[in-house]
Design a protein around this ligand. Structure first.
Ligand code: NOJ
Length: 529
């Protein structure tokens, strides 16, 4: 079944969503309180970042027990209640599946060492979070591989017993009634068995899209996924459109869709912390490439934000004077393309990046490790902080801004990460009160997707390809045409626009010119003009 093709997904990062018990940490009862809000927005599927028992070295992406709920978030009873309440509202739940690695505190690590990678001599790979990718274990007198933190040892998928354990666990959750999985760095699970040194210590050519990846995903599909009506999305750094065709072509029986990183890498150097302004033509050509590659082959996911990325309105928009216009424009640009759109909590009210002054105000392991590493490399404090303000993952993780009361209504206690000081002006309560808010604009975009088949099924043609500030494209089926104009700048442009019905726009009335950060979508039913 392909219900996920015209669905819209909303990602919840539970630690920062809603705290129901005043301990400063979001929880499952908090999520239950906000389900009516999500229903009002109109989304179909919730993707829940990990809620499993974890020592939280990487906020739950280091799992200690796949069958237990993290105590700060609640109990399995709370989980069952939440799932039930989600289903009662006719929404679905996608769990985060983190099986490239576990926590070093997972019982497997001590009980089944051959579920992991061990070597007497480490290779020269570096960890994604800084430092070497190998850690010495005193008990075993060997090094184990960890592509992420040293508390996230990599699982060895060559071992069929490990694979069987993972499939059992997936079945257990699906039997409970969850509706699918977002799979964490799932294209890292097949490593080149030689684990060779590389000139610069970047091991990614040997663990991204590795030799047995399609075999493993096909096996997972046959053993588990194909027996359920579920949705899957694989997080896949380093996957190119050609890889995505293989992963998402239904004939191959692997996954429904993947998350590409290519469009997220355009404003960075070889290292994401090396800042580079976005060249809009690069973004257009990149997204065009993905739209074309998967058309009638596989399926795209569409996203600007998640818990690892800075806030899009600060990144590709203007989070000051044109915050509202640019947030709506960015939403239009994304939601009118082909694929399943993902909204990250707070995006629907235009939450922005945060610029904490002190490194001590940050919590993210990647940010904290990078700060130390760049200091050692001679970067100035100011330069490092500038990069953190632009790219740090905590930009996305500051608590959800529900209202203008203390701590943005997220908690009655001390929040685990400070709220963004702009919560008095930017919050859900206000967005719900103002009929022309970003929230209601997202609501309209979602409902358009349910009404116009061309949004789900139309082909994609980029227009004004070389324009430095305008992102414009056409979507077309035999019956319908959609033309989308998005101004990624504060300049005004004279652009010849088609006549026709306007489906949605982020300014009140039409105008011959495209105004700052304007978005406008024209619709035509063929044979009716
Ligand atoms: C990708 C997740 O989105 C990120 O938050 C996490 O740190 C790494 N995978 C490791 O699990």
């Amino acid at each position: 079944m392909t219900w996920w093709k015209d669905s819209v997904v909303y990602q919840i990062y539970p630690r920062s969503f809603m705290d129901s018990n005043g301990d400063g940490i979001g929880d499952l009862q908090g999520i239950i309180q906000k389900l009516d809000y999500l229903k009002k927005l109109g989304i179909d599927i919730i993707w829940l970042s990990p809620v499993y028992d974890s020592p939280n070295d990487d906020n739950g992406y280091d799992i200690r027990d796949y069958f237990k709920i993290m105590s700060e978030f609640g109990t399995m009873q709370d989980f069952d209640q939440m799932l039930d309440e989600i289903h009662k509202r006719d929404m679905k739940l996608m769990m985060d599946l983190v099986v490239n690695h576990t926590s070093d505190e997972h019982e497997w690590f001590a009980q089944y060492p051959d579920f992991y990678y061990w070597q007497d001599q480490p290779n020269n790979w570096k960890s994604v979070f800084g430092g070497p990718a190998w850690e010495f274990d005193d008990k075993r007198n060997q090094y184990y591989l960890h592509i992420f933190s040293k508390k996230q040892p990599d699982l060895n998928w060559e071992n069929p017993n490990l694979r069987e354990k993972v499939y059992d666990m997936m079945r257990w959750w699906l039997d409970k009634g969850v509706d699918g999985f977002r799979m964490d760095v799932i294209n890292f699970i097949s490593k080149d068995s030689e684990l060779p040194d590389t000139p610069d210590g970047d091991g990614s050519p040997y663990f991204m899209n590795g030799p047995r990846i399609h075999e493993f995903l096909h096996e997972m599909n046959q053993e588990v996924l194909s027996n359920y009506d579920c949705v899957t999305v694989g997080e896949m750094p380093g996957a190119a459109p050609g890889d995505a065709q293989k992963y998402t072509n239904p004939d191959n029986q692997e996954l429904n869709m993947i998350f590409t990183f290519e469009h997220m890498d355009l404003d960075g150097g070889s290292d994401k912390w090396d800042l580079k302004p976005l060249n809009l033509v690069d973004l257009k050509e990149n997204l065009e490439k993905w739209q074309h590659a998967l058309f009638n082959v596989g399926w795209n996911s569409l996203y600007w934000n998640n818990h690892d990325q800075p806030r899009i309105v600060s990144r590709f928009g203007d989070d000051q004077e044109y915050r509202v216009e640019s947030a709506k424009m960015l939403a239009t640009c994304l939601h009118m393309m082909q694929g399943t759109p993902y909204i990250y909590q707070g995006e629907e009210v235009g939450m922005t990046n945060v610029a904490f002054e002190s490194i001590d105000q940050y919590e993210d392991i990647e940010t904290l490790n990078m700060y130390q590493e760049k200091k050692e490399q001679g970067w100035s404090h100011e330069d490092i902080m500038r990069s953190i303000h632009v790219k740090g993952r905590d930009n996305a993780r500051t608590p959800m801004q529900w209202n203008d009361a203390a701590n943005a209504g997220f908690t009655t206690g001390e929040p685990w990460l400070q709220v963004n000081p702009n919560y008095k002006a930017i919050n859900v309560k206000q967005a719900l009160e103002e009929t022309d808010s970003i929230f209601y604009y997202y609501q309209s975009l979602i409902s358009l997707r349910k009404t116009y088949d061309v949004i789900t099924n139309g082909d994609f043609t980029l227009i004004h390809r070389d324009h430095p500030d305008i992102f414009a494209y056409k979507r077309e089926t035999d019956q319908e045409t959609l033309t989308v104009y998005c101004n990624f700048s504060a300049n005004e442009y004279d652009i010849n626009q088609p006549s026709g019905e306007i489906l949605i726009q982020n300014y009140e009335s039409s105008h011959e010119k495209l105004r700052p950060w304007e978005a406008v979508v024209f619709y035509e039913k063929k044979g009716e003009s």
